[in-house]
Design a protein around this ligand. Structure first.
Ligand code: ZN
Length: 286
């Protein structure tokens, strides 16, 4: 009887260990991700799209206040997040793959993350790009074309826009340039004429700089409505990224591609909850 009890306890312990390893630990802890393999974790199957803005040193971050603590992230924290993504076996994909997936055309290796960086701040090149390379990842850079837009400050090196030459020199396999308005003004507040011009100009300027087609845009400030999306389609954009939360799944409207803001103050635990496949609150949305 004693032996039965011991075996029973051992079995319960083994099952508990198995369950907990599936529930809260990566199944591929040493970068042994098999492309296309769902791993052993409970998973929604969607693509997670993350949104960043500016990258700063921890020392500089300590001096920030208010919104700047949301839209700037200490570069050391960004690196921890890339490492965490890799630990879970995530592969960073391009916007093309995410849009095709939303349209039901093809499926990227799973789990996949689309990293996006808004505005075109220089730190995307000086601080984020080396880390993306180090971790074998890539990002889509949504650039506001007017260097005098209010999101930039030419007097402050940490708030300046990438120069035209820097935009020209970006490697699209690491930082792929797409549009983010010309002036970063709220698009929904513009007249029809202004709106069309804003969408067209930003696209043409970036396309001329990079020599490549600009097919996607992210809405500045998430200030959009149906009219903005209609104009985006009319001006030739194939997809529009917004800042509404949700994962990208087959059937997601390509003109409302959801993204998660990664606030600069987010803890690693909070980030893990966000990206853990199948985590609460990250169920697929349409
Ligand atoms: Zn922006």
């Amino acid at each position: 009887m004693k032996n039965f009890k011991a075996v029973g306890i051992a079995l319960v312990a083994a099952v508990a260990a198995l369950l907990s390893s599936g529930a809260d630990a990566p199944t591929r802890s040493r970068n042994t991700a098999v492309p296309g393999s769902p791993g052993g974790v409970r998973d929604s199957g969607g693509i997670i799209c993350l949104m960043y803005h500016r990258f700063v040193t921890s020392a500089d971050y300590a001096g920030l206040a208010g919104d700047e603590r949301v839209y700037s992230i200490p570069v050391e924290r960004f690196e921890e997040q890339l490492a965490e993504l890799r630990r879970w076996g995530y592969r960073a994909i391009g916007a093309d793959e995410a849009v095709a997936f939303a349209r039901g055309e093809g499926r990227p290796p799973h789990p996949a993350v689309l990293i996006t960086i808004d505005d075109g701040n220089r730190s995307a090149l000086t601080m984020a790009e080396p880390l993306l390379r180090k971790y074998g990842m890539r990002a889509t850079l949504f650039v506001t074309t007017d260097p005098c837009a209010f999101v930039f400050d030419a007097e402050r090196p940490d708030r300046a826009r990438l120069t035209d030459d820097e935009i020209r020199s970006l490697d699209p396999r690491v930082l792929d340039v797409q549009a983010h308005g010309a002036t970063h003004r709220p698009l929904r507040d513009l007249s029809d004429r202004e709106l069309a011009a804003e969408l067209r100009e930003s696209r043409e300027v970036l396309s001329n700089l990079t020599g490549r087609r600009v097919a996607y845009m992210a809405v500045p400030g998430n200030w959009y409505d149906e009219r903005v999306l209609t104009f985006a389609r009319r001006e030739g954009y194939d997809a529009v990224f917004v800042s509404d939360r949700g994962r990208i799944v087959p059937g997601t409207n390509p003109y409302r591609m959801p993204r998660y803001t990664v606030q600069g103050y987010k803890s690693l635990g909070g980030f893990r909850k966000l990206i853990a496949p199948g985590a609460a609150g990250v169920e697929p949305t349409r």
